[in-house]
Design a protein around this ligand. Structure first.
Ligand code: TYM
Length: 340
């Protein structure tokens, strides 16, 4: 990253269904901590949400989900007085820059995006064009603020690499060295890729049909405990050391979740439970998950009781975000030749 750019964090989540433990441990919790280190901008990416069927042509659900995600950010500890918290569709500069980036990015780059392949599945021709160009909008989200650091889970790494390639090509093609920074992914902690509780080979995801595959941030104590106790495991006792987790993805996932929630090193946990059965381990994990997550759900409920207040926070955030993005967009327009 060039010294020419001041440290600035940007990240976002899609308002499709409720957030889950993967979103929390892979991203949101790190967002909260980063507020003590540098200025942060956190976005509810509702324009991304309409790229997939889950968000498309569901106006009421989308708006409700956007408010819910905003409440989750705040309940988890994002402070709207310190950080800028807003909704993507409220700041038009994202879409304008995304168009320019659609012309900077090459088809060959886009064709390599694994998330598109996963999300479009066997029916590529029926996917929206937006789903395909999704990563250029994501690059615009970050670069329209010249953000330097992007805290995300592991699954977003490839999109971040694309954003770096776009930044570099723009800088080269428009002879503006250092105009855009090379945004750095921040993939932090022991739970950067939380797996499904039903299948250790699958990522925990909002779109999984089984609700038992994930812990939602809105789950109550009973649901959290039930899901952890029913989580798939294997018949062996718990391992003696870290090597003993090899080839045991479900056990590995539960250790990663436990270590992240308890904020203790994984090796220490492995030593604590060495040779024991899953049942006692799961009881302890359920207890800590309930202790960490249910206060967030309670605070979300309290915030959601006043949607007008959430809308006011988002409106104020959009104004602050727009004030940063607008001059950068104007500068882009000059460099591209849209204005003198
Ligand atoms: P989204 O909405 O799918 O996920 C939001 C964040 O949660 C992380 N995450 C996970 N982390 C660990 N384990 C999991 N199972 C898991 N599932 C999700 C994601 O990595 C992400 O950090 N494209 C983004 C949204 C976006 C964005 C941006 C992010 C749009 N513009 C600009 C950063 C910067 C997405 O779909 O995330």
């Amino acid at each position: 990253m060039s010294d020419a750019h001041k440290p600035l964090v940007f990240s976002g989540m899609q308002p499709t269904n409720t957030l889950h433990l993967g979103n929390y441990l892979g991203a949101l919790r790190n967002w909260v901590k980063l507020q003590d280190q540098m200025p942060c901008i956190y976005c509810v990416v509702d324009m991304h949400a309409i790229t997939a069927d889950a968000g498309y042509a569901k106006p009421k659900e989308l708006l409700t989900a956007s408010r819910e995600v905003t409440a989750a950010y705040i309940a988890a500890g994002v402070d709207p007085a310190r950080s800028i918290l807003f909704k993507q569709s409220d700041v038009g500069a994202h879409a304008e820059l995304a168009w320019v980036f659609n012309c900077v990015a090459r088809l060959g780059w886009m064709d390599r995006m694994t998330q598109f392949k996963e999300k479009s599945g066997k029916h590529k021709e029926r996917s929206s064009v937006g789903l395909y160009t999704y990563p250029t909008l994501m690059a615009a989200d970050i670069l329209v603020y010249k953000a330097t650091h992007v805290p995300v889970g592991e699954d977003q790494k490839q999109h971040l690499e694309l954003a770096r390639d776009i930044a570099q090509k723009f800088n080269n093609d428009y002879e503006a060295p250092d105009f855009f920074p090379q945004p750095e992914p921040l993939i932090l902690g022991t739970a950067t890729r939380v797996m499904s509780l039903r299948d250790g080979a699958k990522k925990m995801s909002k779109s999984d049909e089984s609700d038992f595959s994930r812990i939602n941030l809105t789950d109550d104590a009973e649901a959290i405990s039930a899901k952890i106790k029913k989580a798939r495991t294997d018949p062996n006792p718990l391992p003696e050391d870290i090597k003993g987790l090899e080839g045991r993805p479900e056990a590995d996932n539960l250790f990663n979740i436990y270590a992240a929630l308890a904020e203790v090193p994984k090796a220490e946990l492995i030593a604590r439970y060495a040779g024991q059965q899953f049942s006692g381990f799961k009881n302890d994990l359920a207890e800590i998950a309930v202790a960490k997550l249910t206060p967030i759900a309670a605070e979300m409920r309290r915030l959601l009781a006043d949607p007008a207040e959430i809308d006011a926070i988002l409106a104020a955030g959009a104004e602050r975000a727009g004030a940063i993005a607008e001059p950068i967009l104007q500068d882009v327009k000059k460099r591209v030749g849209f204005s003198a």
